[in-house]
Design a protein around this ligand. Structure first.
Ligand SMILES: NC(=O)c1ccc[n+]([C@@H]2O[C@H](COP(=O)([O-])OP(=O)(O)OC[C@H]3O[C@@H](n4cnc5c(N)ncnc54)[C@H](OP(=O)(O)O)[C@@H]3O)[C@@H](O)[C@H]2O)c1
Length: 181
């Protein structure tokens, strides 16, 4: 697995979490933040996404304009317009191949492989991520699925923007974590 550490395309984690690290209840997100979803789309379009089968089921359809690579251990699982991977290493290989096949050398320079969740996939992938694009939602949620604990001293941490959702009254902020070690 250490061969993934020097992968030819950066592996970037993208996540929205609460103040106490909750990312979902097991089947869906705990909030609805349309502006955040638009930002995620803008950031990830034209790139491969790697997600767990439970996250794929919670979304319920492939996200357009991106390679949707779904990790599952089930040998007979199938969905239209999905690239299936049976191990994390295979999901990275398939993401690399998808970029290689679909883009020229100039375009390839801007490509990232996005780790799209959920918790099981973040847990496997976080050690290979050079960046985390994080949305921190100013709320505490009891129970649920957690983002793995990360050692803050291993990252350069920058707050990019503070936002507020008028409908839910939730405030949230965008953070960029860049790996130092
Ligand atoms: N807030 C956010 O940014 C965010 C992002 C994404 C997801 N979520 C939330 O996270 C929750 C789902 O997360 P989760 O941790 O329960 O599930 P998950 O990580 O989405 O999916 C877990 C599944 O992935 C497959 N898998 C895991 N490790 C694998 C491996 N090494 N090789 C092959 N397949 C593997 C297995 O599928 P099989 O069972 O098919 O074998 C496993 O059941 C939902 O509530 C969702 O809304 C939140």
């Amino acid at each position: 697995m250490d061969r993934i550490l020097n992968n030819q395309y950066p592996i970037v984690c993208i996540v929205a979490l609460s103040e106490n690290n909750i990312i979902g209840d097991g089947t869906k997100l705990p909030w609805h933040l349309p502006e955040d979803l638009k930002r995620v789309k803008k950031m990830t379009i034209g790139n491969p996404l790697i997600m767990g089968r439970k996250t794929y089921n919670s979304i319920g359809r492939p996200l357009p304009g991106r390679a949707n690579i779904v990790l599952t251990r089930k040998i007979d699982w199938f969905a239209d317009d999905i690239i299936i991977a049976n191990s994390f290493y295979q999901s990275i290989q398939k993401a690399n191949s998808w970029i290689d096949k679909n883009f020229d050398n100039k375009e390839k320079k801007d490509k990232n492989i996005y780790i799209f969740g959920g918790s099981e996939i973040y847990n496997i992938a976080i050690r290979y991520c050079s960046k985390i694009e994080m949305t921190l939602v100013n709320t505490y949620i009891q129970g649920g699925i957690k983002f793995p604990k990360i050692k803050k001293k291993e990252w350069k941490i920058s707050c990019l923007e503070k936002k507020e959702d008028k409908v839910s009254n939730l405030s949230y902020s965008y953070w960029l974590y860049t790996r130092l070690v």
